[in-house]
Write a protein that binds this ligand. Structure first.
Ligand code: SF4
Ligand code: SF4
Length: 364
């Protein structure tokens, strides 16, 4: 296999924060084992060995949670040692860490910089918005700690991107969030719609994002971003980057924008493998790293229901003029027959398509 991509959960669902909308906490309540504890050394070694045996050209190791830094810095030092032991000459490696950022410090920053980790920090924009939903186990605010630690990373030259969860409230403040992040020197952004609990009708919680609010937020964000790009500023908004990629005729990197679910190789702390971070559920378990026959793979496993369901689109997608660009979005947004955010996509594309097409032409 040319490229292997995997996402490791070294601390399973363990986390030092209690974010009100945590999708992983919700998933874990829907499976038999809430937390698989911390990844043991032999599991880590098997994961790295099998991934690097399968990878021919490149391999991306991501770490996520729960909170992956709870596994401790020594876990990551061992990880790097295993990659050096098992890497074939010529295989390119990429390392990513998605963290709440509360436990980072100078020592972590040195390690992440030396090993060229790309670090995603979950920070919901401004202090007021962030602290409303992202508190620690004692109910304390976390914004100040995270910003301080993100600054340490910036100072040391670690590549940082900011992941903002869009709730009904924060989406309405997208302008101040975008401007604030830029003011603090963050130029790589992701804005992820907050997930409603599994299997529930969407839009029922106080934080739930609605299609109307999402559309408005996409439009406002696009206006700001477009002006920045046009004036030569370098700001990356992952969702827009992916749509531009599609318009230029390339494959987007976000699976939700490819028209089907594809294998994300999520590795839980006990070595169990699942197809997608949004479906780390017993019924979707694919195998365990310790199984003799287990191999990492990419694409789709056609016989697995997860991937069959992941090919389904809404009835309206078939004749939708936006399908070549939208491709129906993410399976998690299909609690009902159509994608919950479909009206937001249609409205947004209508609003922004001329400028998007212009950018696709002029940007290399
Ligand atoms: S459920 Fe969504 S995130 Fe998961 S593989 Fe499918 S499209 Fe991707
Ligand atoms: S805009 Fe709606 S109908 Fe059109 S492709 Fe996207 S989800 Fe499907």
């Amino acid at each position: 296999m040319k490229h292997v991509q995997l996402m490791i959960k070294p601390a399973s669902s363990n986390c030092n924060l209690r974010c009100s909308y945590c999708f992983y906490e919700d998933e874990c309540k829907n499976r038999e084992v809430h937390s698989y504890g911390f990844m043991k050394d032999e599991v880590l070694e098997a994961v790295v060995r099998k991934a690097l045996e399968a990878a021919e050209i490149s391999c991306t190791f991501g770490f996520q949670g729960g909170e992956p830094t709870l596994a401790g810095l020594d876990f990551y030092r061992k990880f790097i040692a295993y990659t050096k032991q098992y890497k074939k000459p010529g295989t390119r490696l990429q390392f990513c860490l998605q963290t709440n950022g509360t436990l980072l410090d100078e020592e972590w920053a040195d390690f992440l910089q030396e090993n060229h980790f790309l670090v995603g920090i979950s920070l919901d924009g401004t202090r007021e918005i962030h602290d409303r939903n992202r508190r620690d186990g004692k109910g304390k605010e976390t914004f100040g700690r995270i910003l301080k630690n993100a600054k340490i990373l910036q100072k040391k030259g670690v590549e940082v991107n900011i992941l903002c969860v869009l709730t009904r409230q924060s989406a309405k403040k997208i302008t101040s969030i975008y401007q604030y992040l830029k003011k603090e020197g963050f130029y790589y952004h992701q804005y992820i719609p907050c997930l409603d609990p599994l299997g529930e009708k969407q839009g029922q919680h106080p934080w739930s994002l609605t299609p109307e609010v999402y559309q408005r937020a996409l439009q406002d964000l696009f206006d700001l971003w477009f002006e920045d790009i046009r004036s030569g500023a370098m700001v990356s908004v992952r969702e827009f980057d992916n749509w531009l990629c599609v318009l230029k005729g390339y494959q987007p990197e976000a699976c939700a924008q490819t028209g089907r679910c594809s294998m994300q190789n999520i590795v839980e702390a006990n070595g169990d493998i699942f197809p997608c971070d949004f479906y780390v559920l017993d019924e979707h378990r694919i195998g365990n790293i310790a199984d003799e026959e287990f191999q990492f793979f990419e694409g789709v496993l056609k016989e697995k229901p997860f991937f069959q369901e992941g090919m389904k689109r809404g009835a309206g997608c078939k004749d939708c003029k936006w399908y070549p660009l939208c491709r129906g979005g993410c399976k998690r947004d299909y609690a009902e027959e159509e994608n919950y955010f479909c009206p937001a996509y249609k409205g947004f594309f209508t609003y922004a398509i001329e400028r998007m097409e212009w950018l696709a032409k002029v940007m290399r």
